[in-house]
Design a binder for this molecule. Structure first.
Ligand code: SAH
Length: 392
């Protein structure tokens, strides 16, 4: 068993059960661990700290997952971790058709994502450790859940870990057509093999439900709509009209299909395939107005280096959206950039409101859904935040 020794004074976060060990904290590595291999982590004086998975190609050189020296990290250990995570979801959201069963570090399994869509599972292996355990994880999932299929989807995060792209069907027969799932009584088509992420933004489920009561009688703009999930909730809750706005033609086609599937009359919605930054300006120039605008952009801040640019991007779309809202209008605005804290996001919105010349009040907060939990020892897992603003 290889061992990594930390530099003096660098052991406190690990002792406090934070999972990430950066390359700069490591004094030396004893043995020659392969990427993804489990290693022992010890303080500079040799004191036991944790088990971690090692990755020489990542800035996060090791990810701790167990703090008990006595435990044997074998197949049974990982099977137990998987079973425990599934049991937590069963307790939290029994009977939900679509839910995240494993959320990586937050569930004690760094880099592993398991999303359930009915009988089908979509998995991602985002770190060298998760990659190394791929076959075993698939086998255990088959035993624990008897799924109809297990599909792997790629993610850009694999590149930061020095992993090649990887996708495939690792078990069973995936659905040939987009699958229909039910979320809070509404129907959604999910393309498990070609959709974004694992097919559907499960992290927004609770926020879609929370926004619904504010939609009745409103003219709604759903910007960065993807497959129109917010629009389906809005129309079901009595919105007059919704526009889905996105650059992805495939996502918009599925959005139309979702609206038809839920039985809404076609005169209640419209799709616009366009860039949000540009389209909001077009509408500003035309004097177009809305009662409720939803802004759910992709992750703008992908690294510390582009944080200033990301900040400008968030400010730009929010400033424009505020300009397009009628007096008393509502803005539901989100950021899924982990690097943009709730505090920073609020400051960006403050700047946007000043520039728009609009008074706005925070009347609600949004968070990622409970099947994307945040370990208290690992606050970095809290990536999705949002505000509901009421314009004066
Ligand atoms: N709100 C959605 C998820 C949004 S994901 C839901 O609840 O399901 C972000 C979406 O933004 C993606 O569909 C992507 O195609 C779209 N997108 C990214 N950049 C864009 C841009 N500049 N203009 C319009 N859409 C964009």
């Amino acid at each position: 068993m290889a061992t990594i020794f930390l530099k003096p004074g660098k052991d406190k976060p690990v002792r406090q059960r934070h999972p990430w060990i950066f390359s700069g904290a490591i004094a030396r590595v004893e043995g020659a661990p392969a990427a993804g291999e489990a290693v022992a982590v010890r303080a500079s004086d040799g004191r036991w700290l944790a088990w971690a998975e090692y990755n020489p190609r990542s800035q996060i050189r090791a990810r701790a997952f167990c703090w008990d020296a006595q435990v044997e990290v074998d197949e049974a250990f990982w099977r137990e971790r998987l079973a425990a995570s599934i049991a937590r979801r069963d307790a939290l959201m029994p009977g939900a058709e679509a839910r995240r069963l494993v959320f990586a570090e937050s569930d004690g399994m760094p880099g592993l994502i398991v999303d359930q869509y009915g009988q089908h599972l979509v998995v991602q292996f985002l770190t060298a450790g998760a990659e190394a355990r791929k076959r075993m994880v698939v086998q255990h999932l088959v035993q624990l859940l008897s799924p109809a299929s297990i599909i792997e989807r790629d993610d850009p995060m694999r590149r930061k870990e020095g992993l090649p792209p990887s996708e495939g069907v690792w078990y069973g027969q995936p659905p040939a057509e987009p699958l229909t799932i039910i979320e809070n009584g509404l129907k959604f088509l999910v393309d498990l093999r070609a959709g974004q992420k694992t097919g559907f933004y499960l992290d927004q489920a609770a926020n879609r439900a929370a926004l619904a009561p504010h939609c009745a009688g409103k003219e709604v703009l759903n910007a960065f709509s993807y497959t129109g999930a917010f629009a389906v909730y809005a129309l079901a809750a009595g919105a007059d009209h919704v526009i889905n706005l996105d650059t992805s033609r495939d996502a918009l086609a599925l959005a139309d299909a979702n609206l038809r599937l839920n039985g809404f009359s076609p005169d209640r919605w419209q799709r616009i395939e366009a860039d949000v930054f540009r389209q909001l300006r077009v509408w500003r120039d035309e004097g177009r107005q809305f009662d409720l605008i939803i802004l759910d952009p992709p992750k703008f801040a992908t690294s510390r280096g582009n944080l200033p640019r990301a900040t400008r991007g968030y400010k730009d779309i929010n400033w424009l959206a505020m300009r397009l809202l009628r007096p008393g209008g509502l803005l539901a605005t989100f950021s899924c950039s982990g690097l943009v804290s709730q505090d920073l996001f609020q400051k960006i919105l403050f700047g946007a409101a000043l520039d728009a010349g609009r008074d706005a009040r925070i009347v609600g907060h949004f968070r990622q859904a409970p099947d994307h939990p945040v370990l208290l020892t690992f606050p970095e897992a809290a990536y999705l935040k949002g505000f509901l603003l009421q314009l004066a």
